[in-house]
Design a protein around this ligand. Sequence first.
Ligand SMILES: *[C@@H]1O[C@H](CO)[C@@H](O)[C@H](O)[C@H]1NC(C)=O
Ligand SMILES: *[C@@H]1O[C@H](CO)[C@@H](O)[C@H](O)[C@H]1NC(C)=O
Length: 478
Amino acid sequence: MARGPDNVRKWSTLALLAIMGTALTEAINPGFVAIISQKGLDFACQEGVAVLQKDLEGIKVPDFSGVFKVKHLGRNYYKFYSMAVVGFYIPNPQINLQPVDSLQLSIKDASIEIIGKWTSKKNLLKAGGKFSLRIQGVSISADLKLFRNPSGHIAVECSTCSSHIDSVHVQISGSMLGWLIQLFHKNIEASLRNIIYSKVCKIVTNSVTTKLHPYVQTLPVIARVDEAAAIDYSLLVVTTTSEFLKGQLKGEFFCQGHRIPLPITPPAMNFFSNNDHMVHLGISDYFFNSAGFAYHECGILKITLRDHMLPTDSKFRLNTEFLGIFLPKVAMKFPSTEVQLLISASLPPQLSIQPSGLLLDPAMETQAFAVLPNASLVPLFLLRMNTNASLELDAEANRLVGEMKLEKLTLELKHSDFGFFEVELLQAAINYLVPIMVLPKINERLRKGIPLPLPAGVQLNNLMFQSYQSPFLVLSLP
Ligand SMILES: *[C@@H]1O[C@H](CO)[C@@H](O)[C@H](O)[C@H]1NC(C)=O
Ligand SMILES: *[C@@H]1O[C@H](CO)[C@@H](O)[C@H](O)[C@H]1NC(C)=O
């Protein structure tokens, strides 16, 4: 192909774009990292090879026939037919990590058991029978290349495959005329060798395309959390080193139907896996903070408290008589009127990961209203509620669940439509209401949990928290 100046320009532009593309991808830190160690891959290998084995047992062995000559006896005609693979034994499959983006499946000393029928003919003499034979020393080596496809899914393809048969030891049994078969075992060996060579890699490649690839694609790219939010778990990059496979996922919550760019960026997460654990999951504070932004954006971080919701034995009622203790003006203007409190997050809650656990600033405020007989609301005052909250996380199978604890709330008057008053007088009431009416609602939601990015059918039952360290935490599976 001629490469004129135009072509050169085109090629250098493409190269530049490719470099820029790489640089851009690498600049984005993940919110969620999954690392699978050799131990984890060994486990996956057992599961995967069991599926492959079934496919390999489906190898169809075509009939073959030919002519052989024996001294003094002349030409003989033979045929092998009705052959079926009844066992494909894979004694010690291995999966090896191959930098920088692939795995190598290595099978050695596999053996194949075949049963079938034979017939032989010379002039008018006919012989035949059944036979079973075993092919030994089959090795297969296949490279599985991992990559990200444009939809953010992980993809896998078999990039190279080779099979080899060290030597064909055909053991023949079940034939009364075994001596005859021995005469042409060279023919059998050569034919079977060709059949195995031509089929094994086709089956391996096909198995990867039709089974493994669709399976890894069940890893969710968008995981629905609830009616409001979802998590973007799209793959940013997948890499392999000599020790582990690492998938870096976006790990970002968003409000469904209303996704906004976040004013925060994910921090770098550097941690090491070890081979005592199958899987390590690193989750950064970005992941949790994006949840705060998503729920705030969805406008659901709020709750309205009304008098009828209060326990019957409450020491106070939500009405203007009660407020009259410290705001007589309100009691005078709206006698015997219900009061309603709207508790909401004024800002997206901010969370930090500390060695002691997850700490959270819920940035809550309370707007009080008088509820008029025609249901219109009259704003009375706005309070800022200062508190520290902690979030305890737990892993349940395929979800991360939490429980929030609140420290004592202190109030601050931000605005009043009816003049200044001492907020301390309301503090006891708020510290009574929030733990019994607000916190249980939050915890009910947190107990439902958030989905972890796992492929179909996988449950990580022994997931443990390994470390909490700003700006990320690590979970591991022994
Ligand atoms: C409700 O009643 C108040 C006072 O009686 C009045 O000012 C307001 O306009 C009414 N609102 C509606 C929606 O009727
Ligand atoms: C929250 O915790 C910080 C640091 O531990 C402390 O300085 C602050 O006073 C606490 N705030 C409240 C409202 O408890």
